[in-house]
Design a protein around this ligand. Structure first.
Ligand code: PLP
Length: 404
């Protein structure tokens, strides 16, 4: 019964399931407190109090027929206006409700915009390491993924290699900043250079190339690092945002697309994307959550960043002290660590023997590295340090961690 298009997904799914099952098996044998699962990007910091307050306020103060009803496929006008105002205030943009399309999280937003623009055979360029689902989303619309190899010096996008990969078939480019899995924030200089390359290519080919900025981690930036707003650098940009991480609401499925007026055929793209929202089966973003988001924005709600920051510092300093090599992440909640051996899957297997569950970089098209997700309890990080040290010693890495 299962289609040929689904079969590779089914096989791939079993790899993820194996990891999940392994975590459960280890927890049963050694006790959950002795298993250090750093594999999942599921926020562990609870949603801020304003979310619960807003839910109760909506239920108590707004008309239930309205709150639970259908609305325009793009979402509630007043919610979209509140989001536009908030973006304008923070980033000096000039969006209105007509530029905001409410979606069922970033995953849905990406699917909506890809369905809106892709013809079969169109190429979508991504930068390794990248969120593995991009490939599946692009294939949903019979597009072809083109992967730019990483610049492992600082993990900013490799723009020299990027320029070489643009062709007549390039329809879109997906960037993700702050980045999963590296935690890197793309600099203003990077975005300006990227925009310059795209503008040149658009001029040469006479075809529009859409830049899709996937930003579920926008609010998760540390040390006062600014995350540049991408629409300011390149006019054919669509921003894909989600509240999954900034309000710790991944299961509620709420986000939005920003489709600026400056974008080529902006009005048509907006209407088509609203239709895509409908025909992909989402119809509209969850109504209650839209009402909640409006109130949360007005309350200035954001997840407790200090908790992630504390985890980030402890893990980064701890792993460096063990002798591992990694770049200090500026955003998101991931650390990308260089495997001490070329085959990082072997390294992950050895790590699992110490009850450390890590994700191989090849899952992000970047072998030789592993992703450590620090959206876990501080205590887990603390408890895991002797295991990281023992692992480091197996590879002859020097380290003081755990001995101090
Ligand atoms: N994009 C990236 C880079 C992600 O890491 C994730 C989730 O982890 C998503 C998109 C999907 O986010 P959402 O839960 O909003 O669909």
């Amino acid at each position: 019964m299962v289609s040929g298009k689904m079969r590779p997904l089914l096989e791939n799914n079993s790899v993820i399931r194996v990891m999940f099952e392994e975590g459960k098996r280890l927890a049963a044998v050694y006790g959950p407190e002795n298993v250090y699962d750093f594999s999942l990007g599921n926020p562990n910091v609870p949603a801020p109090d304003e979310v619960k307050e807003a839910i109760l306020e909506v239920l108590e103060e707004e008309d239930p027929v309205f709150v639970h009803g259908y609305m325009s496929n793009a979402g509630y006008e007043d919610v979209r206006e509140t989001i536009a105002d908030s973006l304008n205030e923070r980033f000096g943009t000039s969006f209105g409700a007509g530029n905001i399309l409410m979606t069922v999280g970033a995953a849905s937003g990406l699917n909506v915009i890809l369905k809106t623009v892709l013809e079969p055979g169109d190429e979508v360029v991504v930068f390794a390491p990248y969120f593995v689902e991009y490939g599946n989303y692009v294939r949903n619309y019979d597009g072809n993924l083109v992967v730019v190899p990483p610049d492992t010096v600082d993990f900013q996008p490799n723009l020299e290699e990027f320029a070489k990969r643009l062709t007549e078939k390039t329809k879109a480019v997906i960037i993700n900043t702050p980045n999963n899995p590296t935690g890197v924030v793309y600099s203003e200089e990077t975005l300006k250079r990227l925009a310059g390359i795209l503008e040149e290519k658009e001029k040469e080919s006479g075809k529009g190339i859409l830049l899709i900025s996937d930003e579920p981690y926008r609010e998760l930036a540390y040390d006062g690092v600014q995350v540049p707003y991408v629409t300011k650098y390149y006019k054919d940009t669509v921003v894909c945002y989600s509240y999954s991480k900034s309000l710790s609401l991944p299961g509620e499925r709420i986000g939005y697309l920003v489709i600026p007026d400056e974008l080529q055929d902006s009005g048509q793209v907006f209407t088509s994307a609203s239709i895509a929202n409908r025909v992909l089966g989402s119809v509209n973003a969850p109504s209650l959550m839209q009402r909640v988001i409006k109130r949360c924005i007005k309350k200035g709600a954001c997840v407790n960043l200090a908790a992630y920051d504390r985890n980030r510092n402890r893990l980064y300093e701890g792993l460096k002290a063990c002798g591992f090599s990694c770049i200090r992440p500026e955003g998101a909640f991931y650390l990308f660590v260089k495997s001490p051996v070329e085959d990082e899957k072997e390294f992950c297997d050895r790590a699992a023997k110490h009850n450390l569950l890590l994700v191989p970089g090849s899952s992000f098209a970047c072998p030789g590295y592993v992703r450590v997700a620090y959206c876990v309890s501080y205590e887990q990080i603390e408890r895991s340090m002797p295991a990281f040290l023992a692992l480091a010693k197996e590879y002859g890495l020097g380290g003081e961690e755990g001995e101090a």
